[in-house]
Unconditional design. Structure first.
Length: 191
């Protein structure tokens, strides 16, 4: 059993010292996940990868009785889900009218003729809603998309986390992509 797994078990059991020792061991990997995730976000994003890592870590090692991790992979899968929730919540918060809705400060000489500046936020929220619908149809496919899209895992890494073969993960990935494409296209038509 690795140091990370031992510390995960201890942190899940309520050991605050273990939780404090765990962060330096997993920080670089969580930071890399966050950096990959943030690279796909819109320019001008106020949430930085470091803040995303810290927020996700606090959610993961928060109340001791609410989290149990079976393995290192399970922990990183939970981290990917926490990052997804944080980013979706941030996108929804930015879209609210009291936060300026989709208003954006632009110099008059730099104003684009007809830009759709809220498209990335709308896309993230639409993807989250589509993933929720996919989870009702095929929870494993939704989990795989979450691990790949929000966790930055490769097919072999995600397959290991899900406990399936890479070949099965490839098949589920193909299904999930097709299902999401179909769902998002039909959702866009209905909007």
């Amino acid at each position: 059993m690795t140091d990370v797994t031992i510390l995960l078990d201890a942190a899940a059991g309520g050991d605050r010292k273990a939780a404090a020792e765990l962060l330096p061991l997993v920080y670089d990997e969580l930071r890399a996940l966050a950096a990959v995730r943030m690279a796909a976000e819109t320019p001008g994003q106020t949430l930085q990868p470091t803040a995303l890592v810290h927020e996700a870590y606090l959610r993961l090692v928060g109340p001791a009785d609410s989290h149990r991790w079976d393995s290192r992979g399970h922990f990183f899968a939970a981290a990917a889900e926490a990052m997804r929730r944080i980013l979706v919540d941030a996108a929804r918060r930015k879209r609210r009218e009291k936060n300026g809705g989709m208003l954006e400060r632009v110099d008059l000489c730099e104003a684009p003729a007809a830009a759709d500046s809220d498209a990335p936020l709308r896309d993230l929220v639409a993807l989250d809603e589509a993933l929720t619908r996919l989870a009702a149809v095929d929870p494993q496919a939704a989990r795989l998309v979450e691990l790949r899209r929000f966790g930055g895992l490769t097919i072999p890494e995600a397959a290991k986390t899900l406990g399936v073969s890479p070949r099965t993960a490839n098949r589920v990935w193909a299904f999930a992509r097709a299902w999401l494409h179909s769902d998002l296209v039909s959702d866009a038509r209905n909007s």
